[in-house]
Design a protein around this ligand. Structure first.
Ligand SMILES: C[S@@+](CC[C@H](N)C(=O)[O-])C[C@H]1O[C@@H](n2cnc3c(N)ncnc32)[C@H](O)[C@@H]1O
Length: 252
């Protein structure tokens, strides 16, 4: 099994991705945060199809986005071009990107950090972020609060996790099975896609799990101080039953 970035193309097929992720309330959180903290310039790491990038630009935020996956980025570029928005959308890796600029906030939204499989990938990314943040700039990371119970109960079972229609008219059902690796902390996820009632393909998505105390200490030892840790986008304090870990930090 690999520890290199591994996600099947179809998982991040732009139409399939956008059709699946329509019910999220992270956008309001980011809008409020950037406005209330008078943030001028923002960098979104792993911006994907621009699900957040485009509406944040529309909310008056000066935002740049980077993503490793060209097909996801192409969708963001198309959305921006259709609306005649000038947004810098760059095909780069969060571990190694270089932009000749600094930002008042950098964020890694919606579980994208789970694609950093090795600690060295995470540390490279944090170092790189540090170089691109202004002195009192913010780093925001949003990821799962992993549930060992959920993994144990659902491992090796096929569970239907989605049933929807894409904007180009495909009926999509996704059945998930997963296998958690105790040594790497990687959850190897398989999504079986059924398109228009026919089995289409099995697609793979590897997610490295970060336990609650783990990333907190990695941030602290990599020159970041945690200002707040919430359990969801409504800013409830992080606790045992929180679905998310939403961390806000600054450089030390
Ligand atoms: C869960 S999607 C999030 C997309 C978007 N930010 C959103 O909220 O809808 C994860 C994204 O991370 C990107 N990604 C994964 N590893 C990356 C890396 N090392 N550098 C940059 N992007 C990466 C993938 O291509 C994918 O678009």
């Amino acid at each position: 099994m690999t520890n290199e970035y591994h996600v099947s193309d179809y998982i991040y097929d732009a139409q399939i991705y956008d059709g699946f992720n329509t019910q999220l309330d992270d956008l309001e959180f980011y809008k409020k945060f950037f406005h209330s903290h008078k943030i001028k310039k923002v960098l979104e790491l792993c911006c994907g199809t621009g699900r957040l990038t485009i509406p944040l630009h529309e909310a008056g935020i000066n935002i740049h986005g980077i993503d490793l996956c060209q097909s996801m980025l192409d969708e963001a570029i198309k959305k921006a071009r259709d609306k005649k928005y000038q947004i810098k959308l760059i095909n780069e890796d969060m571990r190694t990107f270089t932009i000749n600029d600094t930002f008042d906030a950098i964020f890694i939204p919606f579980n994208s950090i789970h694609h950093l499989y090795l600690n060295e990938d995470l540390f490279k990314t944090l170092k790189n972020i540090g170089k691109h943040l202004t002195k009192n700039g913010y780093l925001i990371i949003d990821y799962f609060n992993p549930s060992i119970r959920y993994i144990v109960e659902n491992e090796n079972k096929s569970v239907k996790i989605a049933d929807y229609e894409t904007s180009d008219g495909r009926k999509v059902v996704i059945n998930q099975t997963m296998k958690y690796e105790d040594d790497t902390q990687i959850n190897r996820i398989k999504w079986q896609y059924v398109i228009n009632n026919k089995e289409h393909s099995n697609e793979f998505l590897d997610m490295r799990i970060f336990y609650p105390q783990e990333l907190d200490s990695y941030l602290e030892t990599n020159e970041f101080k945690i200002i707040n840790k919430f359990g969801n986008y409504n800013l409830c304090k992080f606790g045992a039953d929180s679905p998310k870990q939403l961390i806000i930090c600054q450089k030390k």
